[in-house]
Design a protein around this ligand. Structure first.
Ligand code: ADP
Length: 451
């Protein structure tokens, strides 16, 4: 096992990794920007080092600064968390060159999966079904027109290097196509320094369902069931749950089996998530693979009892998976609400000082956060400040628990998305488990009508 790990991240996920290390008896080093000197991850790590000013590009994304910190502090491994450098193949290569273990997959796997067109090709070959669309990147206007005509409108144009829900354009008819094609290329170039785009069939009311996998370096791969992440705003997840209300045990076993086989075929190692779209008939299509721990990993931990971050560390240290597929049991139901420092109706950021704070507790409640009373939410980073997670025997009981958890949360001094979550927990569609990626759009329209 490792002796000392550096956590190349901040906020709740940096704390989450520190908790895992503490339980495994591994020493930790926090890195932080000047704006984060008073953060909890800095306080709870065994050691800490400042790696630059507030702007991420100069601190958390600054590879030389992170690597220097790792060398000065003499760590064996780096855990990248999610976001920042977690899906940067070059960073994983630099770690390797410096004899520091990157806790994640190989640079090659990160590179392949980071290019979505490439990822689709690899996963098709490995046996996963895809939505009809371009084979790889769309090279010309003629190509775009031809492919869209073949697969039929509506289609979606997506940035091959895309992420975070950005760089997507839905096109409903041929007249809109070329304009959208050029805009998408332009946006992709500006946001990701890579103008490549691909086209696929646009599903009107799909569900976003993803499978969590764990793979060790000895060829063992298992899945930990699925997460339903259909409640999104601007393609960003707001609420996640496990299991999905849609999936039967039979479908779970079938899709889980396929996903495990695909990961075996590509020789994937460490934790990963296969994101898919499901239609109402449980037809499913591979969308993309995330090669890191996900924000929403706690719902899987709650229903399986597996500590995903500890498994990531153990796998990176060369150990065998600590459980087999037969030992994975999905127990009860878990829901996560992402609490953002945002205006709950306008969705605009609301940084500032938290003057008063109470998080819920009691049986079946988990809060992943790095904020505390008097903490100032900086304006420089992601607005998510906490994840409220509940676990109960059934979905209905989990919803009841989430309602009381939200009701007993107090965060004063800043605005948060808690009132929005409270309303969603009362919504008929949500209660019935009738979800789709259009859920929020419809929900917000209904809200507007009621006001
Ligand atoms: P990102 O990596 O930017 O998050 P994804 O490829 O994961 O992008 O897609 C994000 C979301 O966009 C999905 O969860 C879904 O809501 C929507 N989406 C993507 N592709 C399609 C599609 N072909 N049809 C319908 N919705 C889609």
């Amino acid at each position: 096992m490792f002796r000392k790990i550096l956590i190349a991240n901040r906020g709740e996920i940096a704390c989450r990794v520190i908790w895992a290390c503490k339980e495994l008896g591994i020493k930790t080093v926090a890195v932080h920007s000047e704006a984060d000197a008073d953060s909890l991850h800095v306080r709870f790590a065994d050691d800490a080092i400042c790696i630059g000013p507030a702007q991420s590009a100069k601190s958390y994304l600054n590879i030389p600064a992170v690597i220097s910190a790792a060398e000065i502090k003499n760590v064996d491994a780096i855990h990248p968390g999610y976001g920042f450098l977690s899906e940067n193949a070059h960073f994983a290569e630099v770690c390797k060159a410096c004899n520091i273990t990157f806790i994640g997959p190989t640079p090659e796997a990160i590179r392949t999966m980071g290019d979505k067109a490439e990822a689709k090709r690899a996963m098709k070959k490995a046996g996963l079904p895809l939505l009809p669309g371009s084979e790889g990147i769309v090279q010309s206007e003629e190509d775009a027109l031809k492919i869209a005509k073949e697969i039929g409108y509506p289609v979606i144009i997506k940035a091959s290097a895309g992420g975070g829900g950005r760089g997507m354009r839905i096109v409903r008819n041929q007249e809109e196509l070329l304009n959208a094609y050029h805009t998408a290329q332009h946006e992709a170039g500006a946001a990701f320094s890579d103008p490549s785009v691909y086209i696929e069939k646009y599903l009107e009311n799909p569900r976003h369902i993803e499978f969590q996998i764990l793979a060790d370096s000895h060829g063992n791969v298992i899945h930990l069931g699925e997460r339903e992440c259909s409640i999104q705003r601007r393609h960003q997840k707001l609420i996640e749950e496990s299991p999905s209300p849609l999936l039967t045990e039979e479908v779970r076993r079938k899709v889980g089996g396929l996903v495990v086989e695909a990961c075996q075929t590509i020789g994937y190692v460490n934790a990963g998530t296969i994101e898919m779209l499901f239609d109402e008939h449980s037809n499913f299509y591979f969308m993309e693979m995330n090669t890191r721990v996900q924000v929403e990993h706690p719902v899987t931990e709650m229903v399986t009892g597996v500590d995903i971050v500890q498994e990531q560390i153990s796998i990176a240290a060369g150990n065998h998976l600590r459980l087999s597929q037969d030992q994975v049991k999905i127990d009860g139901h878990s829901i996560e609400c992402r609490i953002n420092a945002e205006h709950p109706e306008k969705f605009t950021p609301s940084p500032g000082t938290i003057t008063s704070l109470n998080f819920p507790n009691g049986p079946g409640v988990r809060v992943d956060t790095a904020v505390y009373p008097g903490y100032t939410v900086p304006p420089y980073y992601d607005s998510m400040i906490a994840k409220l997670v509940v676990h109960a025997r059934t979905r209905d009981l989990a919803i009841a628990k989430m309602k009381r958890a939200l009701d007993t949360t107090i965060i004063e001094g800043i605005k948060t998305t808690i009132p929005l979550h409270q309303k969603i927990m009362e919504s008929e569609d949500f209660l019935r488990g009738e979800l789709s990626t259009r859920f929020m759009e419809n929900f917000l329209k209904r809200q507007e009508r009621n006001v």
